[in-house]
Design a protein around this ligand. Structure first.
Ligand code: F1P
Length: 295
């Protein structure tokens, strides 16, 4: 049996990393935009999903209008006071190219895991979360640390969520992964970004069939492929009517009252378990590298 030691160690380290991220929020959160600024957040892959969640959280906290986009798709058009890029590696070329397209006079910020990298050097302001950087190709603690820092900076106290994560990590994963071949994650508002990230973990780590949707959109088509081998996880608040509709397909619906970031931690663990059940090692995902650097 293969053991995903590095990825699992990084998943397990999240309570400590979150405590450090929360402590860094007092100084660090301003890099995400000063109150009232119109902000665009960009990233690729995992960092694009963090950007989506962050945009909703920032706007909801009354910090200012905030959009998110894939760095690889963005073309300047709408006016922003600041463009924030997120990149664990600091080397992703599409992120670097996007920074190069930011119009003169618009401030730029980078949130990175490694100081001195091309993305960090290209931005006006940099937030380095080196304590959250990872050895694994598959990102786990860096994205959650960025969101802990953001939520703390926007006024939330994540002490209880951090304790929840600790307790969840100490308990066995409450799912028999061998019962499923199809993994669906649904979220609303800022947790839709988490749902997308969870589904990406299943694909990256376990090469398995996963999907993600805004929760209420799931009935608008995608539910057609749900069945007895489907595990549908709801992030954020549960919707009993939606749950009943999905259960009618034969799918298993999972929801718990944990903080959505702790739900993401459980999805990360699920991905590692699915990989293991298929004889795969989440530390060596197929066709992936730590960052995509285009020649
Ligand atoms: C972004 C990213 C990862 C993905 C893959 C390639 O990296 O797309 O999310 O898992 O390893 O790179 P980064 O810009 O956040 O370093």
């Amino acid at each position: 049996m293969s053991i995903s030691t590095t990825t699992e160690r990084e998943i397990r380290s999240q309570p400590e990393v979150w405590a450090r991220a929360a402590a860094a929020a007092a100084d660090g959160a301003q890099v995400l935009g000063r109150p009232g600024e119109r902000v665009l957040v960009l990233g690729c892959g995992t960092s694009a999903f963090v950007a989506e969640s962050l945009a909703v959280l920032r706007e909801r906290a009354g910090q200012g209008e905030t959009d998110a986009a894939y760095a690889s798709e963005w073309t300047p058009g709408r006016g922003y006071d600041r463009v924030v890029v997120i990149s664990r590696s600091g080397t992703t070329s599409e992120v670097l190219e996007a920074l190069g397209k930011v119009p003169e006079g618009t401030r730029t910020s980078a949130v990175v895991g490694v100081a001195g990298t091309p993305v960090a050097e290209a931005a006006d302001e940099v937030l380095v979360l080196d304590f959250a950087d990872e050895e694994s190709v598959v990102q786990t603690r860096f994205p959650t640390a960025v969101l802990v820092l953001a939520r703390t900076g926007f006024g939330e106290d994540l002490t209880a969520a951090t304790e929840q994560a600790r307790a969840a990590l100490d308990a066995p994963l409450p799912v028999d992964v061998t019962a499923f071949e199809h993994f669906v994650f649904l979220g609303r508002t800022w947790t839709y970004g988490l749902a997308q990230e969870a589904a990406l973990k299943i694909r990256e780590a376990a090469q398995a069939w996963s999907e993600s949707y805004p929760a209420l959109d799931y009935r608008h088509g995608p539910v057609a492929v749900a069945g007895e081998r489907s595990l549908v996880t709801l992030f954020g608040d549960a919707d009993p009517v939606l749950t009943a509709d999905i259960e009618r397909t034969g799918a298993t619906v999972r929801h718990d009252d944990l903080d959505p970031l702790v739900q993401l931690v459980q999805a990360q663990r699920l991905a590692v378990e699915v990989a293991r059940s298929r004889g795969l090692d989440a530390d060596t995902p197929r066709h992936l590298t730590r960052s995509v650097v285009l020649g």
